[in-house]
Design a protein around this ligand. Structure first.
Ligand code: SF4
Ligand code: SF4
Length: 359
């Protein structure tokens, strides 16, 4: 994949900027000798997490808004093709979830309820624990309901569509993935083939670690055992290995090198839990190929999860009308493969009345 000069210049700064932003956001104490009352930095009276989330939300929402109002498909070279209902609703969902659930509710609503000066909330609590961390299911009732009830129910009906319609991490991957450069990173850089597929097992190791960490936190919560060094030790692994190295450095910083879904494919413990649940329960979600396939392989190239979609659709350009689900793939239901196909050779199995699948 050839890169333009402007893309090369962008890449020179992209990785260091992502890392710098993330480190300041997540580990502000590394950058100051001062004893901070609340362990985070403030700039113009707001925490670094507020500014980080503001920028993040601006990027996600502006791309999502542009995409669903453009009326054009965000996938493929045929710029005259209209946007499908599925993609329109997906980007509306991304826009709304990012704006309301990941920005207005955590950052603006508390201020509205509490009152006071908006740009002087030095002591407002700062939550830096992303909900994709499976261990949160062990530390609070809300976390448990979310991880063990809400997410599995959504997997039962919609597969891992959660990852392409709602999740904050997925929102960035999905929106950057339809920009000019981002789509080139997805199609040209996503690891594909059997080797990278076998490596997806790494994600279950993260899930195992997250579960062990969760149980340790749960036991501490109940005061059954008291082992601060164990908690500090496992939290350090969580923060440094899972969160910093895998989540930020590889997960976002490496978009231009490995596509937009490296974290989602190899790191995210919640995704491993969803995939496991999908495998065990054989839910409603399925991608099905029909007899219109012409063997163009555009679907495989578009898949951000490295799935060889075309291998289910044709053999030597002859349609085989295969299908896949979470039993045999990490599909996130983004619909890119379906939208890019010029002959409508694949579709989602329609699940509920009014479901925009297939439209
Ligand atoms: S794989 Fe994890 S981080 Fe990625 S979109 Fe799904 S839940 Fe979010
Ligand atoms: S198989 Fe299709 S719907 Fe599933 S993740 Fe890949 S491109 Fe998206």
């Amino acid at each position: 994949m050839d890169r333009s000069l402007s893309e090369k210049i962008f890449l020179l700064f992209f990785f260091p900027i992502v890392i710098a932003f993330y480190l300041i956001y997540k580990y502000p104490l590394w950058f100051t000798a001062e004893e901070l009352v609340v362990p985070t930095f403030y700039w113009l009276g707001k925490s670094t997490s507020f500014w980080y989330s503001s920028l993040y939300t601006l990027v996600v929402c502006s791309i999502a808004l542009k995409t669903f109002t453009s009326g054009k498909t965000p996938y493929g070279k045929n710029k005259k093709k209209g946007i499908s209902n599925y993609q329109k609703w997906k980007f509306i969902s991304i826009f709304a979830s990012q704006l309301f659930f990941f920005y207005l509710i955590p950052y603006i609503l508390p201020y509205l309820l509490k009152g006071g000066e908006f740009f002087n909330d030095q002591y407002a609590p700062v939550n830096k624990n992303a909900y994709v961390y499976f261990y949160n299911g062990f530390t609070s009732l809300g976390g448990a309901i979310y991880i063990f009830v809400v997410v599995p129910l959504s997997v039962w009906f919609f597969g891992k569509r959660y990852c392409s319609w709602f999740c904050a991490c997925g929102n960035l991957a999905e929106t950057i993935g339809v920009t000019k450069w981002g789509n080139r990173w997805v199609t040209g850089r996503t690891p594909r083939g059997t080797g990278p597929q076998k490596l997806e097992i790494i994600q279950y190791i993260f899930l195992l670690f997250a579960t062990i960490f969760g149980v340790i936190l749960l036991l501490d919560l109940w005061q059954i055992i008291s082992a601060p060094s164990l908690i500090v030790g496992t939290r350090a692994i969580q923060d440094l290995v899972v969160d910093l190295i895998f989540g930020a450095l590889i997960g976002v910083g490496a978009y231009p090198l490995l596509g937009t879904r490296i974290w989602c494919r190899y790191g995210c413990p919640l995704a491993a839990g969803m995939r496991l649940f999908g495998k065990l329960t054989k839910g409603h979600f399925k991608v099905v190929a029909n007899d219109k396939c012409k063997g163009l392989n555009l679907c495989t190239a578009q898949c951000p999860m490295g799935i060889d979609v075309a291998s289910f659709a044709h053999k030597d350009k002859k349609p085989i009308m295969g299908s896949f689900s979470l039993e045999n793939s990490p599909c996130i239901g983004c619909g890119g493969c379906i939208d890019i196909c010029p002959v409508q050779g694949i579709s989602f199995q329609k699940i509920l009345k009014g479901d925009p699948a297939n439209k």
